[in-house]
Design a protein around this ligand. Sequence first.
Ligand SMILES: NC(=O)c1ccc[n+]([C@@H]2O[C@H](COP(=O)([O-])OP(=O)(O)OC[C@H]3O[C@@H](n4cnc5c(N)ncnc54)[C@H](O)[C@@H]3O)[C@@H](O)[C@H]2O)c1
Length: 247
Amino acid sequence: MTEKIVEAAQRLRGRRIVITGAASGIGRCTAELFAAHGAKVALLDRDESALAGVRDAIPGAVARSADVTNEASVVSAVQELAAAMGGIDGVVSAAGVMLRGSIADTSVDEFRRVVEINLTGPYIVVRACLPWLVQAPEATIVNLGSGQSLLPNSPDRTAYSASKGGVLNLTRAMAAELAPRIRANTVCPGLVDTPMALGVQGNVGNYALRRLAKPIEIAEAILFLTAFESSFVTGAALAVDGGRSFH
Ligand SMILES: NC(=O)c1ccc[n+]([C@@H]2O[C@H](COP(=O)([O-])OP(=O)(O)OC[C@H]3O[C@@H](n4cnc5c(N)ncnc54)[C@H](O)[C@@H]3O)[C@@H](O)[C@H]2O)c1
C-alpha cells in the first residue's frame, strides 16, 4: 500500500467499483482504501505494467489496461471488468494529465489532447458503465476535478483549467440526468503529492494549510462520496484543497 490505512470499518462492503487512473497517485490510493473498506475494485489505466503491480498488491482486484480516450477499448474493458465483478455499483474517474502552458504556448493539438483525456475520458467511462450502474441499487459516480475547476486563477494552465471546469459541469449534468437512481459528485483537490505534482511542490503559499495533500486525504473524500454516508449529496463539488479556494 502507498499509504497506511488504519480505518477498519467496511464502509463499502460488497460494492463493485471501477477506478480509472488506478496505476498511480490518487487512483491507486483510492483503490487501496476502497478495498480495505470491503469493496471489489476494478482497475483501469493505460499504464499496463504499473497497473499489473497495483492489481497484484490488492487482494481480489481485477484490472484491464485501456486508454480512457478510446471508446472501443474502454467499452470492452468495462464489459470484462463488470463480468468479473458481477456488476458495477460505482465509478471513480481519476485518470488525467496536467499540462502547463499559456494560450500562446499551448498548441491546439495539445489543448485537444488534455480535454480529450480529462473531460471526454470520464464521459466515455461513465457512458460505458451506465448499463450496470442503472441496475445498481445505490450507484455513485465521483469524477476528479481540481482546484482549477473552482478558481482557474493559476496562469499558464489553460488547457488543464478548461478541462477541469468542464469536469465540474459534466458531473453536475450527470447528477441531474441520472437522479434519483445514481449520485454524481466532483472532488476538487489542491496540490497532491503524486507524480503529477512533481516540480510544483514548492507552490504552497496560497494554501491556508501551507502544504500539499497526501493522496489518502483525497481518497478519503472520494470514499465519503461513494459510501452511504453521503446518501443525500449529489451534484456537489467538494474542495479538498487545504484552503486554496478561499485563501
Ligand atoms: N496531483 C495533483 O496535484 C492533483 C490536483 C488536482 C487534481 N488532480 C487530479 O486527480 C487525478 C489523479 O491525478 P494524480 O495526481 O493521481 O496523477 P498521476 O499522474 O499520479 O496518475 C494519473 C494516472 O492516470 C493515468 N492516465 C493518464 N492518461 C490516461 C488515459 N488517457 N487513459 C488511461 N489512463 C490514463 C496515468 O497512467 C496515471 O496512472 C487527475 O484527474 C488529476 O487531474 C491531481
